[in-house]
Design a protein around this ligand. Structure first.
Ligand code: ZN
Ligand code: ZN
Length: 137
């Protein structure tokens, strides 16, 4: 179970509840999906949004935007995280899975070195900034 205190977030009943709902969900959820499961709690939708964004900033969850422009949230289960950092606007996007597992295996095969952990940050341009870049030309 994820302990919010480890992430510097004050633990409240509703925050923990939101986290548990996400933790038990196999599918990414919107704030509305989560809100619907919180029927017996005194919480409003904007609090759910705020909580989810706080989780996102602490990289407890990842966020993706679906084709309708809705934000979907899902728990990050990887022990370590990879972040894409936009060099233009500074936006951070967390990857939901480690893309380097195979590379770790390749290195093991080639060198016999067993990798325990790695720390990789990826720099580039986010989608928004790529679009802006095209407009500027
Ligand atoms: Zn950007
Ligand atoms: Zn990794």
């Amino acid at each position: 179970m994820i302990n919010l205190k480890d992430f510097g977030i004050k633990q409240t009943k509703s925050r923990q509840h939101i986290l548990d709902i996400l933790d038990n969900s196999k599918e990414p959820m919107t704030a509305e999906d989560i809100f619907r499961e919180l029927i017996n709690e005194e919480i409003n939708l904007s609090t759910v949004y705020r909580t989810l964004n706080a989780f996102y900033e602490q990289s407890i969850v990842y966020k993706e935007i679906d084709k309708d422009g809705k934000a979907l949230f899902m728990i990050l289960r990887e022990k370590h995280k990879h972040v894409l950092i936009c060099t233009k606007c500074g936006k951070k996007i967390f990857l939901k899975e480690c893309p380097y597992k195979n590379i770790d295996n390749e290195i093991l095969k080639e060198t016999g070195f067993k990798i325990e952990n790695h720390n990789i940050e990826i720099y580039g341009l986010c989608q928004d900034c790529q679009k802006k870049g095209v407009l500027e030309i």
